[in-house]
Each structure stands twice: as C-alpha cells, then as structure tokens.
Design a protein around this ligand. Sequence first.
Ligand SMILES: Cc1cc2nc3c(=O)[nH]c(=O)nc-3n(C[C@H](O)[C@H](O)[C@H](O)COP(=O)(O)OP(=O)(O)OC[C@H]3O[C@@H](n4cnc5c(N)ncnc54)[C@H](O)[C@@H]3O)c2cc1C
Ligand code: FES
Ligand code: FES
Length: 1256
Amino acid sequence: MSTTFTINGQPYTVNLTDLPPDITLNTFIREHAQLTATKFMCLEGGCGACVCAVSDGKSTWTVNSCLKLLNTCAQLEIITCEGLGNHQSGYHPIQKRLAKMNGTQCGFCSPGFVMNMYGLMEQHGGRVTMEEVENSFGGNICRCTGYRPILDAMKSFAVDSTIDATQVILDIEDVNMKARNCPKTGKACRRTCRQSKLIFEDGSQWYWPSSLAEVFEALENVGNSDEFMLVGGNTAHGVYRRSPDIKHFIDVNGVEDLHHYSSDKDKLTLGANLSLTETMEIIRSTSKQSGFEYLDVLWHHIDLVANVPVRNSGTLAGNICTKKEHPEFPSDIFISFEALDVKVIAMKGIDDEQEMTLEEFLGDQDRKMLLKAFILPSYPKDKYIYDSFKIMPRAQNAHAYVNAGFLLELDGNSKVKSARICFGGIRPDFIHATDIEQLMVGHSPYESNLVEQTFSKLEDMFKPDEVLPDASPAYRSKLACGLLYKFLLKHAPDAEVSGKFKSGGQLLQRPLSSGLQLFTTQKQTYPVTQAVQKLEGMIQCSGEATYMNDVLTTSNSVYCAFVGATKVGATIDQIDASEALQHPGVVAFYTAKDIPGTNTFCEPSFGYEAEEIFCSGLVRHSEQPVGVIVALTADQAQRATKLVKISYSNPSSGFKLMPSLKDVFSSETPDASRIIPLVISKLKEVKFSDKPELEVRGIFEMGLQYHFTMEPQTTIIVPFEDGLKVFSATQWIDQTQSVIAHTLQMKAKDVQLEVRRLGGGYGCKISRGNQVACAAALAAHKLNRPVRFVQSLESMMDCNGKRWACRSEYQCHVKTSGRIVGLSNEFYEDAGWNTNESPVQGHSTFTAANCYEFTDSNFKLSGHAVLTDAPSSTWCRAPGSVEGIAMMENIIEHVAFEIQKDPAEVRLANISKKSKMATLLPEFLKTREYYSRRKEIEVFNANNRWKKRGLGLSLMNFPVIYIGQFPATVTIYHVDGTVVVTHGGIEMGQGMNTKIAQVAAYTLGIDLSYVKVESSTTINGANSMVTGYAIGSESVCYAVRKICETLNARLKPVRKAKATWVETVEAANAQLINLIASDHYKTGDMQNYQVLGLALSEVEMDVLTGNILIRRVDILEDAGESLSPWIDVGQVEGAFVMGLGYWLSELLIYEGDNGRLLTNRTWNYKPLGAKDIPIDFRVELVHNPRPSSAGFMGSKATGEPPCCLAVSVIFALQQALQSARQDAGLPREWLRLGAPTTPETLLLNAGHQVSEFKLK
Ligand SMILES: Cc1cc2nc3c(=O)[nH]c(=O)nc-3n(C[C@H](O)[C@H](O)[C@H](O)COP(=O)(O)OP(=O)(O)OC[C@H]3O[C@@H](n4cnc5c(N)ncnc54)[C@H](O)[C@@H]3O)c2cc1C
Ligand code: FES
Ligand code: FES
C-alpha cells in the first residue's frame, strides 16, 4: 500500500516497505524528494542544520529532520526552506532579512536558522518578543558568524524590536509569513489517512495505534527476545543510539490518551507522551493557578533541556524511559519530577493500571510497561519552597554537569516539615541527599547551625563517579554543594543573609545581546569598500545554494563509511570483512590492497609526509581508517563497519600510548624520541639582567580545537566517460586532484574537480578531506558508479587532526617598570603522529613576540613538535598565531601580576614607540574607558562574594604573508554584458566571491549586478594555491583586477565616449575582440603586511558554579581599507567567537588506555551557541587607514587574525578568580589558566571550601 507525504504542498507517494523501516525525514527529503535545502551534519539533534517544519493543519512546529522518523510524518505537512521561498516564487521575509542583514557566511547553517525562526513565528502567531527570539536558537550552531547578525536579523521581526532594520526593505510581502502551498491548487495538500500496521521485508513491523488498546495489541506481537520501541519523537537516539535490531516500531503519537492533560486544585495530570514544548505551554498556564506557582520554575528548567526542535518532538515519557534504560543519564525531567514527588501512571496491560513513584517505575523490570501519565501535586506557595538548577558547559543545548531540585515543606513556624533534596549527575545510585533531608526537619532552613552542619556533611556524601569525559568528581561535588547553598541564599529572608553574599543566590542573569559595528567606506571606489550584501546571501538563506552533497547523482549511487582500527601502536595482521559483506545493502569493502596507485592522501610533492588512506600496518591513532565499506545507503554502510573484524600483532615492547600532549608531559622526563626541535634559537643563552628586579617563570597550556565545520567532509565522485568528475569539499583543489590521480594511477586531466562553495573550512579541508576523497574515488573507480561519501561527525572527529595543542615554558627578567629585559620561551606543540601542517616554524614563531620590542640578544625562542598517538594535527583558523600571540600575551599578564602593575601599563612599557600600536593602545584604553571600568569592577568585586567580574585586554600583531599563485579567468558575454569570474580559490564563507565581484565591477566600471562568480574548477583554477591563511581573497582579487585591466585595454579601441557598457561589449564582439582573459596572482606581486588589533573583554563569573557571562567585548581591528565592510565585520565577529569557544568550552579528551577520543559528538563537544556570545559586542574597523602599498588596494585580511584576540577573556577571568581567592583567604598566586578554561577549571580554582558556606 502506498503512502503519500506532502512536502511544500507537493505530494510524494511511496510504498513505505520499499524504504528502510527507520528512514529519517531528512533522508527522505534529500534523497527521495531530492530537495536539498535541508542539510545535515551531526545526525543527533545537536547542530540544527537539518531543521524543517511540520504542520498538522492546526499548528506548525520545527523538528530535527535527522531524528524525526518518516513513518511518523504521514499525517503531517512538511515544510522545507526552499518551500518557504525561492528565486522563482519569491523569497520569504525571514530569508530576505537574514541575507540582507549579513547573517550568512558559508551559509550551510542558514536554512536551519530560517526554518527555526519560521517555526517560532508560526507557534506564536507571528508575535514574538526579542527575548523569545534570542532564547530559541540554542539548537542551531553557526561556526562562521558569531551569531550577532543572525540574532539581529531574527530579532528585527519581534514585536518589541529595537533592531535598526532600515537597511532592509520592508516590502508589503513581509506581512505574509505563510509557507507556500501547492502551486497547482493553491491550497495546502491534504494528507492521507493513517494506516494501522505495516510489515517490512526484513520482518520489521510498524504499528500506528490510535488507542491504548491498540498499543497493547501491538505489544503482544513483540516476542520475548524481540527488540521494540514506542516511538515518541525518536530524539533519545540523539543521546544514546537506537539499537539497529529493533523489529517493532509502535508510533504512539496518535494515541490521544497519552497526550491528555487535566488539572484540579490538587494535581496536574500530564499525558506521558506530551512533547516537552506542549508540557511547557501547559505548565505555563497552570502556573497561574493557586498551588501551582512552582511550575514557573519547572518551565524555566525545561527551557534548558535540549533545544526547541528537540523539545517539539521529544516527550516526557521518552525522557524518563531513557533514564530507565541508562541510569547515568542526567535527565532534567527526572530530577525535577523526583524532587517534586511526581507520580507516574503506568500500565502493564489494558486493564492493569497503577500509580507508582518514579523510583518504583525506574526499578520495575517489566520492559513492556507503558507510561500513561504523570501526576504533579499542588504545592501551595505559603507552605512549600521549590527550586531547581541545571549547570552546563554553555548557556543552552548541553546536558547538565550537575542538576538539582529542592522542595522544602514548611510548618506554621517556618520550620522544615519535610525535605526533598535531589541531585543528578553525581552517580546513578545517588539521587536524594537523605541525611540532609532528615537533618533539616524541625529546623528553619536558614539556621546557622543547620547550614554549618549541612555543608560539613554534604560534600563527603556525594562520592561522584569518575567517568570520562564527564567533569571531575571534585568539580561535581563542589558544584552540587554550591547549588544547595545558592538555593538557601536565594530563598532566605534578606535579614538572614549578608549583603555581600546575596547575589550568590541568583544564577547569572543574561540580558538581551546587542552589537555595534563601526567602519568607514570610500565612495570613490564603490562598489569596492561599499558595505554590500553578500553575493550568494539570498540563495544561502533559501537553501538554493548548493554544497557538495547537494550535487544530484543517478539512482545507482552508493555510499561509504570508514572502518577504523582500535589498537593503537599495534600492527594489523588481518582484516576479515566477510560478515560485513553479508550485511544487507553492502556492495564492497576496500582496503590498502585494493589501491592501484599510492596509498597516501597527502601529497609528498607538496611537502607532506605521506599519510595512508587506509592503514596497512602500524596503527597510528584510534579509529584510523583501515578500509571503506560501500553500500546502497549511508546507514547500511555505517552499520556494516561494526562487523569488520581486525586482528593485530602486539605493539613493540617499549610502546607507551600517549594520545595527548599532557600524557607526554605527565612524566618528569618526557620521552625525548617524541620531541622534535623545529625552531632552534641562534641564541645559546638569553641575555638576562644580572640582578633582575623580578624573575617570572611559568607554564601556559592550550588544548586542541576541532574545526567543527557545519558541512561535513564530503566528496561525490561521478565516473564520466574515461575519467572522474569530483565534487569535493576541499580548500585545495590542486592537491585533491593530485592525490586522487596518484591513488588511482590516473592522469590529472582525467580527474576534474568542481567546487561550488564549502560549508566552512577553517583549515580542516586543506588536506584532511582528501582521505574521504581518495576513498570515494577508489570506490567509484572500482565499481564504475557514482559514489557519495559524507563522513559522520564521530568519524571526522576521530580521524581528523585538530588545532595543535601547545605548551609554553617561559622565563623572563623584568624591571619594576614592567619592561621585560630578557625572555626565554620554550614551546611544544602537539603534532599528532606526524609533523604535517606544522605551525611551529611558521606563525607560532612569527607572532611569538607579538607587538613587543625585543632585541636579537634578549629574546630566545625554541619550538618543538611533539609526536602523540593521535591524528596528525592540522591547520585551524589562525594556526600558530593563536598560540604565538596567546603565549606572549600570557607572559605580559603574568609579569603584570607579579609586579602588581596594571597589565595595560606593562604592555605600554614593552611596545616600541615607533609601532602604530603605541598610539592605538592609549586611544583604545581611553575610548573604552578602561581605567574607570577596572575601578568599577574592583568595587563590584569587593561588594560581592560569589559573583566576580574581570576585564581582560589583548593586543595583536598578525603578519600576513603572501605565497603561491592563484589563477582566475574573467569572461564577458556579448549578449548582455554580464560577466562571469572563475578562479582557483575556494569560497567557504569568507566572502571571497563578493569581494572578487566588487573588484571586477569596479575595475570594469559596471554595476555589481552584472558580475557572477562561478564554481572553482581544476580547469580555470588549475595549479592554484590552497585557500587559507586569510590571503586567498586578496590574492584572487589581485588576479581579477589584472585580468579586468587587460580586458579594459582590449575594449579601449572600441569604447565610445557615451556608449553604455553593453554597447561597448557588443561593439568589441563585432570586431572579434577576445572577451575572455586569464591571469594569475603570484608570490611577490603584493607586499606582506601586519594586521594590528586590540580587544577588551569584560566577564562576570558565578563563583558557585563556574559559569560566566561575557558582559562586553570591544574589538578594534586595523582592516586597512576594507574591500567589503559587512564581510569584514562578519569575519571579525565570527573569528573572535570561534576563538572564545577555544578558550572557554571546547574540550577534547582522549582516553589514556586506548587513545579513543571521548568527545567526538555534539553531545559532549561544545562550540559556543547564540547565548554564549558577548552581551554587548562592539567591533570597529580602524577609521581613516593610511593607504598602504602592501596588500590589495590598501585592504587587509580579516578572516583569521581576530581569532587571536579572544585570549583576552581568560585574562578577565584571571582577575575575577583572583578576587574570589582573596575572599577565600588564599595567598596571592598566579593561576595557570589555558584553553579551555571551563566552568570546572574556574570553580576548582576559585579557592573556596564548602565548609565556608554561610548565610552571614
Ligand atoms: C540534542 C539533545 C539534547 C538533549 N538534552 C537534554 C537535556 O539537557 N536534558 C534532558 O533531560 N534531556 C535531554 N535530551 C533528551 C530528550 O529530552 C529526550 O531525547 C526526549 O525527551 C525523548 O523523548 P522521545 O519522545 O523523543 O523518545 P523516543 O526517542 O521516541 O523514545 C525513547 C524511549 O522511550 C520509550 N517510550 C516512549 N514513550 C513511552 C511510553 N509512553 N511508555 C513507555 N516507554 C516509552 C521508547 O520505547 C524508547 O525506549 C536531549 C536530547 C537531544 C537529542
Ligand atoms: S543534523 Fe540534525 S541536528 Fe545536526
Ligand atoms: S554561516 Fe553559519 S556555519 Fe557557516
């Protein structure tokens, strides 16, 4: 029987049994409906790339299409981004506003943001507040923009909007927010009726019961050993992967009894499968009833669970049952419900219904027990105090380090009658702090004796388990104690709490964020220097912009997944894929033996050490690919990888596994064979002063950072005639072409690449994507059919190297003026298993003195690469310079701390008077009110024991060095004078194509609308240098200007004084003048230059939790004469926020025993989200830059440098922490903060003891 799904009003009829039983909505939309606006990346609800909307005719809501199972959608209308608006039928106002307000860079995340906003507007009847908007994007990650322009664009729709949208044309169409209906009928399509049961070829069964009785009928079919699932939102799969062996899927979404709710004065009953969003709506209105005011707290807690699309699908029962199956799951629903003594109504059969406690339900072994409802009692506010907390690594969309719920029942004398003190995230068997619950009874909760006794006992009671990658037991127990203390501080009458402690009772309060962007433009060079909309902004926002995986191929395409090795240091003996090859859909399995050419994905002729595509012997790191499974679907390929058996011979006897830099340096005498000196100072001894006024020594450590591009590593290969067409997400088409040709022993002419754009690169697509590209090419070559390889997030994180972690050991002599008279810095960077793509001799060295003045004899720098048992580290946005600048800025801060001088003064004392920084810095300090703000912070810190603030400064001198060559071709069409540019660079969000078009338009003297920049190919872009190091845009612009000048010269003879451009072109064509020209940029055409920048970051820290707010950031960057100011401001904001993530939340943890990366998912790796960015974010591109002969048209690179300024945030945190430690009575001592400085680092360094917790 066929089923019809409607997408954007169009019917799509399929026989469901022809599809996999667990096919997701995302796969169906993309592969069967072939609508590619809806993207995917993480496939676990953590990134938002896949968000689309569904409607049941009554309401519309957003879902993660990567989690939503197609078989739960037959009753729904599905709306995707291209359905909302497109170039043919007109764009939707959200799409337009996002594009016009500069909210896209690579654009891969944009359709997800648009759809999330669309859903929000629909859910609120078009009336949303700025606060609601800002709160709703926790599930959408954007790695490029830093969120500010996206939030501005979205907030401009709010009823209380203060966003200046004058740039935006508010046309009449804006009023109509509806998605487009079926173009044939003009109406929304009708949906087909629900079926009741379907049996698939593999024996799997789907049931769509509409009553409880039908649920139990379906359950009766489930055999004792059969795996089954009651399908709510299927979002638990985003946390713990669903078993591939489920044979019975019972969709409970149509069972009304599971979605009922009712309330009376004593209780609120919630149907078990109400979604979390529905639950929030119900409890918000019920909280207005007497006795249910506490529901407001619950609302705010659920608001912190997952993100909007997950909450729209995820249900209460699904959450609690996940807790039942995985007792370690730090469920927020569970902890809140347990503290509130919520009862469940559970059913073992249609006539067997019972009320039980949550603990009883979790302990019951009956696996077919159905959760029917939850009963929430009333708690009159004069008798009960309730509060709950959730502390996590970032503001939204993260699971709790620790969560807690506290309910106190008070008697008429305000003494505790009963207490429920519950904690999550401690260990699976610890929920109630029973001793404390008993201790409290009969006392006022705020009695000093009780408080003292509570906190002398509590910490010892916890004994949290130690399970990596979870935060340390020490942090979690101290945090848990802090939460109970916070609860007491918050609820105690003012008279019971000392004024200095009171603010500790509040969690950090984040107001709405805002931004300021200042720049100037030069009218005489327009459109160059004009603040124009990004060229492809509109099609990015509608989802029409194509990325590699959007290239459509024929239906005989196959999909790939890597099989990884697990025994690091051992040698592969045998690989047995026989079982995998039997798995349904598996077509082939290839290993190193199948490669006809060379087994390397890095080209030795490009200066690389070879790295094997498939490991053929010694295993270098965990999950190193040993082969590739090729199958009919991506899921089949992925599942079959687990069936390949690899046997190993043992590692050599001396081998000691060390996957991280920390492992190498954990020993007193690090293994010298792992340390390779790369920068050897000419100085034997640094010239220190004989009698230093002060000597400062220290160690500074920075971790790895994963690039986290929203577009995964992707390659599509299409065999074409006697060669291959390659669509690969690469930053370096030349190298990708070369390695594929050598892998397959083909000629370069037969391997042709085309790259439209990348969904982010940041360095990880320079060479790392070639492993995927070569494997896909091998499969396509062998099978002679199109191959699609999109690497999974886990595999990318396991296999791809990260930013080089770094350790700096420094020593310097300092005068009391702050002047450093001698400095030695010995630094070590984590290479992974080889030294490819090393920044050690490059920008780490070039930036190591930053903007400070040293001589040849008083500055000694030694740099080393350290080999670890991890993937080869790679270039990551501002590689080397992030480390180099941070090392020096850290030394300055440390010096300032030791000599007790203001860090700005120490900077001034060390800057050369001749440097432009010597004038920029004092001006910056003045205009940003540095000194008065520092004073205000000191006053604040003196008045607040548990909230601390800090102000951190950083300076940057970033050298831009031009290398290589970039070809380009400009074509003028005589038909209408339009112009197409192609080039060898890669547009990946940095706005290269927009700048190129501006330069072409300016040089040819035409309107920007005439110019289009087409895909980069290995034909017109042959032999091109890698796009990276922020030099790509300017280099290609240079080439394009040269070409346009050539074309101008050719046109000159036919140019008539009053002739239009079109007439001139037509005249040239009539005279057979060649209107196509090519040229290139090459090393030496432009002079190198420095980019100067300054940042000032102000933070507030909650000492009891370690959470922080970035209150304000000011950035001043010398962008020269910006070619395209919106693009450059976007680059500055985005790079800075990516840097903030590095310093604050992006923690990578390798397991010491086996080298496995434990943080390889969105569940446990946390780039910053929309509510983590600076609350007040001010960016200024330096006014009136002096025209510079260096660079291109006086412009400067912006893509990478601002990343280096983010280190200012940890200096601000140092100030906050020092104040906390002073209050704790600790001696003054410099703290070694590095990257990342997480809430855990902060709390554990704050110095307080739990026994200190007092109310007065
Ligand atoms: C990105 C992300 C972030 C998250 N963050 C958090 C967080 O911060 N805090 C938190 O607490 N949770 C978090 N979650 C978990 C989320 O709350 C759960 O995934 C969701 O509530 C599960 O509901 P569901 O309907 O999708 O369950 P499903 O995935 O459909 O089902 C899960 C399980 O519940 C069973 N089940 C469903 N209904 C019933 C029923 N009526 N009776 C018996 N069994 C039933 C199913 O058989 C299955 O075993 C997060 C999830 C994701 C994807
Ligand atoms: S792909 Fe669905 S949320 Fe990431
Ligand atoms: S524009 Fe958001 S990820 Fe690139």
